[in-house]
Design a binder for this molecule. Structure first.
Ligand code: BDR
Ligand code: CA
Length: 320
């Protein structure tokens, strides 16, 4: 398989980023890395790991813990077609169980995530959309405003992969709203996929969590508690994992620290109908000359030690 290091943004240049998320323990870490290394234009929330009111509340809490002045707008409270399903078996009832979290200081800035995405991308050409939850909001924005496809720098998402977690073949974010994922994977602009075959190589081992706990300040203490809970649910439900795969920050690191990754280009389709495969990202690995043109940069491997160094430094920068 052809491999290459991702070209593009260096750590010295801060990409413009809008995060669409469903916090979620690992979404919270993605926000921390984005706050440190991007020009973060906003945070939008979607139902996924927990119902929308909880994912929005969690995003507000993360904003407060970081002390950043970034707008938070809530969006879709359910997938386009599929029934709503949440992931309390991984993230707990609140979506971010495991830490003593403060009440949000102020409410969300709006319940209009789709309009906020459209307006922000139009006002800031060259923005990267970074979805780390089900793709409902982003699909609705692309459908309502087809001009976004040419205005954004691209979409770097956490989802999919060459194996599943919610089912044997489907990853949770894509499985939750496959119709939305099909719109996003068909958007025809630069698309970067951080799938499970990548993120399972990026685990919050006990040693790494202990390192976070040794960072002084409140943010680090809260995140260490969140890591403990998140890793606890993963380790207790799997064979052979040392800690939770820290999925969502990979979609941010792909833009801010591309040198950490090996990647390949491939055509990726979303399976919408299969009895056992609905929500699967079908990655075309064939070497046939006559195959569909790539529509996706598939991240294959991450330098996990260096990636966790970036996370630790970002936490330390905001932990007071
Ligand atoms: C994805 O699903 C959620 O549980 C995580 O936050 C991540 O975005 C992994 O399948
Ligand atoms: Ca997520």
């Amino acid at each position: 398989m052809p491999m290459s290091h991702l070209p593009g943004t260096s750590a010295a240049t801060r990409p413009r980023v809008l995060i669409d998320c469903d916090p979620g323990h690992d979404d919270a870490i993605a926000i921390v890395v984005a706050a440190r290394h991007t020009e973060l234009l906003g945070i939008t929330t979607v139902a996924g790991n927990a119902p929308l009111d909880r994912t929005t509340r969690n995003a507000l809490i993360v904003r407060d813990l970081l002390g950043i002045d970034v707008e938070v707008h809530s969006g879709a409270d359910r997938p386009l077609v599929a029934p709503p399903v949440h992931a309390d078996y991984v993230h707990g009832e609140s979506g971010m169980d495991g830490a003593d979290l403060p009440e949000p200081v102020r409410p969300a800035d709006g319940a209009d995530a789709v309009a906020f995405i459209i307006d922000t991308c139009r006002a800031n050409e060259g923005t990267w959309l970074v979805p780390t939850g089900p793709l409902t909001n982003v699909a609705l924005a692309l459908r309502a405003a087809p001009d976004l496809a040419d205005r954004v720098a691209g979409i770097s998402l956490m989802g999919g992969g060459t194996f599943g977690n919610r089912t044997a073949s489907a990853e949770f974010n894509v499985w939750c709203d496959p119709e939305a994922a099909a719109t996003v994977f068909g958007f025809r602009g630069p698309l970067v996929m951080s799938g499970l075959h990548l993120t399972h190589g990026f685990q919050a081992t006990p040693e790494r969590i202990a390192r976070v706990r040794r960072i002084p300040g409140r943010l680090a203490a809260v995140l260490a508690d969140l890591f403990d809970f998140f890793s606890g649910t993963y380790v207790s439900r799997h064979d052979g994992l040392l800690g939770a795969p820290v999925h969502d920050p990979c979609a941010v690191l792909a833009l801010t620290h591309p040198e950490l990754f090996e990647a390949s280009d491939a055509h990726v389709a979303i399976e919408l109908r299969g009895e056992f495969t609905r929500g699967m990202t079908v990655v075309d690995r064939r070497r046939l000359l006559d195959r569909p043109a790539p529509n996706c940069r598939v991240l294959e491997r991450i330098d996990d030690e260096a990636g966790f160094d970036v996370i630790d430094e970002a936490i330390a920068a905001f932990s007071r």
